[in-house]
Ligand binder design. Structure first.
Ligand code: Q46
Ligand code: ZN
Ligand code: ZN
Length: 309
């Protein structure tokens, strides 16, 4: 296998591009994919203030590395979810990465700032951990971006994440989500920061390879609460299809954005109001995060009382 660019020894094959690359040209390839995504979707300009949601995993750290290398100044925010055997290590990897490169990382401790952890929220609300976690991350990262005066909240979702999410939304015909699942969500006057996903053209195995080739140390252990996560199941199915037809995942996702989404957007114009508890934009009276927090704090208090203090 030879590198498409220099004909040297290739270290990775990217079948959907019908190409293989040596180390240096693979790094360049990934960076070019990200630069192209930022440009094509008009995600942000070099003068805007960017904050990246950092998890300590391969995607967010690889993206931080790419953006820094492309010349963007990006701060990071790490959300400590309070998941034993996972959160402390992910924080260590995130801190180490930021320190080595002289980047700013803000750490938000969910338990300390909001009074509960993800395992507690999942138990109290009877949601799956990933559902409680996802809605908490969306809410808190947006809040951090707004409070910090950032122009853009950057997320490390990759091609596999987005294709699997789209697949799930199609299977269940979640038309509201289908209308809103985009690589760029514009800012709104009522408190939503612009949210962008510059990794949507890069597959998961490519972000992992990029991280390894760049010497980035990241959390390789999967979150212990991921068991039963439907998105992971959809990823497996899509990978089987991709194996037979390289490029299918990207076609599915980008074809949707180019040709399929508009119909859903036209049909779904949702009026946002203000959460009566916290003031964040929401479609109901009280936002999903405030409801999750309320039910969890009641349950946490009850357990504490039952345990005698
Ligand atoms: S951290 Fe949270 Fe993931 Fe763990 S609980 Fe699920 S969503 S699996 S990216
Ligand atoms: Zn090469
Ligand atoms: Zn609220």
């Amino acid at each position: 296998m030879k590198c498409r660019v220099c004909r040297g020894k290739a270290v990775i094959e990217v079948r959907r591009h019908n190409a293989a690359f040596c180390r240096d040209h693979f790094v360049e390839h990934v960076q070019r994919q990200v630069a192209r995504t930022i440009h094509d979707f008009r995600m942000f300009s070099p003068t805007e203030r960017l904050v990246l949601g950092v998890s300590g995993g391969k995607d967010s750290l690889a993206l931080w590395d790419v953006l820094t290398d492309l010349g963007y100044r990006v701060d990071g925010v790490y959300l400590d979810l309070g998941i034993d055997g996972y959160s402390p290590d992910s924080l260590t990897y995130s801190r180490r990465f930021a320190e080595k490169r002289g980047l700013d990382l803000e750490v938000v401790d969910l338990k300390h700032r909001y009074g509960f952890s993800i395992p507690e929220a999942a138990k109290a609300s009877r949601r799956t951990p990933c559902s409680a976690c996802g809605l908490s991350k969306r809410y808190i990262l947006n809040q951090v971006a707004e409070e910090g005066g950032y122009d853009v909240l950057v997320m490390g979702h990759n091609l596999d994440d987005e294709a699997a999410t789209l697949f799930g939304n199609v299977l269940q015909w979640n038309v509201g989500y289908l209308a809103r699942q985009r690589p760029v969500l514009p800012a709104s006057d009522d408190g939503l920061c612009r949210k962008v996903k510059p990794l949507v053209r890069v597959a998961e195995r490519e972000t992992a390879a990029y991280a390894v080739l760049r010497g980035i140390e990241y959390e390789v252990e999967e979150c212990p609460m991921a068991a039963g996560n439907t998105i992971n199941r959809y990823k497996e199915w899509l990978n089987r299809l991709e194996d037979r037809s390289p490029g299918l995942k990207a076609q599915f996702l980008f074809g949707f954005w180019e040709r399929g989404q508009q119909g859903f957007t036209d049909a779904e114009s949702v009026e946002l109001t203000t959460c009566t508890t916290c003031g964040a934009p929401t479609t109901g009276e009280v936002c999903a995060f405030c409801r999750l927090q309320a039910v969890t704090l009641v349950e946490v208090g009850r357990r504490r009382e039952a345990a005698g203090g």
